[in-house]
Design a protein around this ligand. Structure first.
Ligand code: NAD
Ligand code: AKB
Length: 319
């Protein structure tokens, strides 16, 4: 039975990963942490620590106290927040990961770290972007993600730390709304479709990006950490994807179920520039071959599920 520690547990991914890991390994075997205080539904339902991921001394204490063997390191600033405050993005994303890797070196725990499609840049091949290719990102977020990928490789090769990770595309979910990302539009569009029947999008209608539905993103994180290490040739920064679409495509799929849905555009130049520098679509062959990655949801099945969940929540709110 694994004993798991999560940093950034109150964020978009953490809020759903916690539930999946607790179901699998038991509530007391999943220890949560975040820099924020826990006012979520997780309060009083298992161990939680309010701690900065850069505080390696405190994290070592927690790891030892709970006999932790695996950390999911999710604490980070996302792309648009990173452009608003590049110094903080470097400090949290790079020094936070460095602190967690040092803890892993000292205590022998395994580390899962998500990279991102943001680790690619304008010189990267845009379509079916290969696993191993040019990475010259132009955003601070991307720079921290490439640095993180290299640091994780280094700690594995130099110190034998069991580092593993994926490059997530934009993640679409319905538990915790995303904050500070570029792909967030794809989540907000579903929320606003159900609430108002219309959405003003901050990316141009023909901006293609890779996306994945949260259940598949969670599955990727858990399956990779449970994979046979002997099969892993890459270990860190596996490309994973489920679908590639643009805002116009998403709107068209929403109209299949909400026929009157309308979209218009008010472009945010910062997030548009970030999106323009990222791939249109990824190739995820290495993840499929090395640990059996395969997503369940495509744009249609994800759209149906998102709208169903959000509509149910809205109807409950009316009662
Ligand atoms: P999020 O912003 O929703 O959550 C991050 C959490 O980290 C927040 O709860 C925040 O309070 C916490 N945090 C921030 N600074 C901290 C610090 N110094 N110490 C401890 N906690 C701190 O992010 P997310 O969407 O859950 O993303 C998690 C990871 O996945 C990040 O590395 C992100 O780059 C990566 N990723 C996310 C997506 C996506 O679409 N959500 C896509 C690709 C990669
Ligand atoms: C963002 O848009 O910043 C994230 C990501 C793709 O890394 N969702």
């Amino acid at each position: 039975m694994k004993r798991i520690f999560i940093t950034g547990a109150l964020g978009q991914i953490g809020s759903e990963l916690v539930t999946a890991l607790r179901k699998r390994y038991g509530t007391d075997n999943v220890v949560l942490s975040d820099i924020k205080a826990d006012k979520s539904e997780f309060s009083n339902s298992g161990p939680f620590y309010q701690v900065d991921c850069r505080d390696s001394k405190k994290i070592v204490e927690i790891i030892k106290k709970h006999g932790i063997d695996t950390v999911y390191h999710l604490a980070a600033l996302l792309s648009a927040s990173g452009e608003a405050n590049p110094q903080a993005a470097w400090d949290i994303n790079v020094n936070g990961l460095y602190s967690v890797l040092e803890v892993a070196r000292e205590t022998g725990i395994a580390v899962f770290t998500p990279s991102s499609i943001g680790a690619f840049g304008p010189n990267t091949p845009r379509d079916f972007t290969p696993q191993d290719t040019i990475q010259r990102p132009t955003s601070m977020y991307g720079i921290t993600k490439v640095t993180g990928e290299l640091l994780c490789d280094y700690y594995y090769h130099r110190y034998g730390v069991d580092t593993r990770g994926v490059r997530y595309p934009g993640i679409i979910s319905n538990v915790k709304e995303p904050v500070g990302g570029t792909t967030d539009y794809a989540v907000y569009m579903y929320y606003e479709a159900v609430e108002k029947g219309r959405y003003t999008c901050f990316l141009k209608g023909d901006t293609y990006l890779d996306m994945i539905y949260m259940p598949d993103a969670i599955k990727a994180g858990i399956d990779l950490m449970e994979a046979n290490p002997e099969r892993l040739r890459h270990r860190n920064a596996f490309n994973v994807t489920a679908m590639s679409f643009c805002p116009e495509d998403e709107a068209a799929y929403i109209r299949r179920y909400i026929p009157g849905f309308e979209i218009d555009y008010s472009i945010d130049p910062v997030r548009q520039a970030l999106a323009n520098s990222w791939p249109n679509s990824l190739e995820d062959y290495a993840a499929r071959v090395e640990w059996g990655w395969s997503p369940e949801y495509d744009l249609d099945s994800m759209t149906q599920d998102m709208l169903k969940v959000l509509q149910k929540r809205k109807d409950r709110g009316r009662k």
